[in-house]
Design a binder for this molecule. Structure first.
Ligand SMILES: Nc1ncnc2c1ncn2[C@@H]1O[C@H](COP(=O)(O)OP(=O)(O)OP(=O)(O)O)[C@@H](O)[C@H]1O
Ligand SMILES: [Mg+2]
Length: 502
């Protein structure tokens, strides 16, 4: 056994996050770590990384006692990490970020050997096929997917100790299908060379295809460790949730259209062009495309954040909003793609984060308002099964998936006229996914028009009435979902450009 953990306890302010957890990792295996949002996966990983040491734990490396009291201990043991929430230094170059916390290659004397540094960084990026990232450019200029790939590449650069365990906390949440495939090839290669891989993901398909064994946590306790071949998908879900989850998308009746929420006629703005569509009340319009085909730009445009446009655009019975705050005031709500960068005030409470853009509307004075805020937050927290201690708790303390639920709660607090969703179920567990789908459907039933950008094709098809297809910022299709399957949608997304992208 490479690493063996027994009796791991960890609590925060008296509330246990992990209780008596055991974990065994073998050399040469991919071990999936699964569990609902807030089950304790990232906490366990931070313990292994020495970032947030355990209250009590017996750890052994190759049978010898191991202390994990600091990141240096973990590095010495040969553990490498990509954490769920990415820490990058935007003002440093990609190469410097890749070597962050590692000793830099130096020339005789002591000057940093920049040439060698950039070349080694370039090689690591090359393993993910990332020829488009220049190691010398500032990391802050990279998009979300590229940031994740940069962190992954960083795991691979040879350091002072031979790496023996690679730990990845939801690495594919921000990756495209093709990027994920490349990551899987790298993971299989690491496994073949005898490394252990501990892998966290909410995507069951990829876990089933990749992992040799699985450990499931529920409420901070280990409830299952088994060989993947002996555990079905349903078995994993049951271990995670304690219930059967359908994973189905019941067909909705076509919405009765009472009006139009948004209308675009031949609109161009920035890299977007050729946008012509109408979104009716109660309609769910999916937005599909390859990574960065303009999905987020379209949502930002309707939020009043897209700069100058040509063509005609109407949102919520008026001209295009001039700013996001004007948009929110008019009943346009938004769930951004990057919750930590554009979505949340991490130091503020759940209540504050939920009601923030609604303050104009909730402008009842003093105590009455406080009560209203708390009541509304509580109602949503229940509907979305938010795992939290108190509503006054800072959002920073919530698990990743639960932070996502706060962003959703905020957007759905007051049934909006238009709801803009950018990857709303990213990092969300199977059970919570169903809760979010139910929330989306019930808003549509109340007349909210919804624009849903998602790279999860079954989700997109299952929820949407119609799907708008973007390619390089250009609208290239608008199709009904009736009778559409993921393969069919994928070929529409690639269109004739398919060969060029593979
Ligand atoms: N610094 C902290 N202070 C207080 N509570 C915390 C802290 N970090 C984590 N927790 C709590 O510990 C529990 C486990 O959180 P953790 O982040 O490990 O969940 P997770 O399994 O990674 O979930 P997700 O799938 O959403 O990422 C949660 O209830 C969370 O609120
Ligand atoms: Mg987590």
């Amino acid at each position: 056994m490479l690493l063996s953990i027994r009796g791991l306890d960890k609590s925060f302010g008296g509330t246990p996050a992990l209780s008596d957890v055991a974990l065994d990792l073998r050399a040469g295996e991919v071990h999936a770590l699964m569990g609902e949002n807030g089950a304790g996966k990232s906490t366990l990983i931070r313990v292994l990384a020495g970032v947030s040491p355990a209250d009590r734990m017996d750890a052994r490396l190759d049978g010898a006692p191991l202390v994990l009291g600091s990141p240096a201990d973990a590095a010495r043991a040969g553990f490498r990490f990509v954490h769920q929430e990415l820490n990058i230094v935007p003002t440093l170059s990609v190469a410097e970020n890749i070597f962050l916390g590692r000793s830099l290659p130096r020339r005789l004397g002591a000057a940093v050997d920049w040439r060698r540094l950039n070349r080694m960084a370039g090689d690591a990026l090359g393993r993910f096929g990332l020829s488009h990232i220049d190691p010398r450019q500032k990391a802050g200029r990279l998009g979300t997917g590229d940031r994740m790939l940069m962190r992954l590449a960083s795991m691979l650069v040879s350091g002072d100790t031979e790496p023996r365990l690679f730990v990845m906390d939801e690495p594919t949440a921000a990756l495209t299908h093709a990027e994920s495939e490349r990551l899987f090839a790298v993971i299989r290669d690491l496994r073949a060379r005898g490394a252990a891989i501990l892998y966290v993901s909410h995507r069951l398909d990829e876990v089933m295809a990749l992992a040799d064994r699985v450990t499931v946590l529920r409420d901070g306790r280990r409830v299952l460790t088994a060989a993947m071949a002996e555990t079905g998908r349903a078995g994993i879900i049951r271990a995670m949730t304690g219930r059967d989850v359908t994973e189905a998308h019941p067909r909705r009746a076509a919405p009765a259209r009472a009006g139009t929420v948004c209308r675009l006629e031949d609109v161009s703005a920035g890299r977007l062009s050729g946008l012509s569509f109408e979104l009716g009340t109660g309609e769910i319009l999916g937005v599909a495309g390859l990574e960065n085909a303009g999905q987020s730009d379209l949502l930002h445009l309707l939020l009043g954040d897209g700069g100058r446009i040509s063509g005609r655009a109407e949102v919520a019975d008026a001209a295009l909003p001039r700013s996001p705050s004007q948009a929110w005031g008019r009943g346009v709500a938004f769930v951004p793609r990057e919750r930590r960068r554009e979505g949340l005030m991490l130091g503020r409470s759940i209540v504050a984060n939920t009601v923030l853009p609604h303050l104009g509307r909730l402008s009842v004075l003093g105590l009455a308002r406080k009560r209203l805020e708390t009541d509304e937050s509580r109602r949503l927290a229940q509907a979305l099964r938010l795992r939290h201690r108190t509503l006054a708790q800072p959002v920073r303390e919530l698990s990743g998936g639960n932070q996502q639920k706060v962003v959703l709660a905020r957007a759905t607090l007051d049934a909006p006229k238009l709801l803009l969703l950018d990857e709303p179920t990213r990092g969300v567990d199977v059970g919570a996914r169903e809760d979010i789908y139910a929330t989306i459907r019930s808003l549509a039933a109340q007349g909210t028009g919804i624009l849903l950008a998602s790279t999860d094709l079954p989700e997109l098809i299952g929820l949407s009435d119609r799907i708008l297809i973007l390619r390089d910022g250009r609208q290239v299709g608008l199709v009904a979902t009736q009778g559409l399957d993921p393969e069919g949608l994928l070929s529409l997304i690639y269109g004739e450009a398919r060969g060029a992208h593979e």
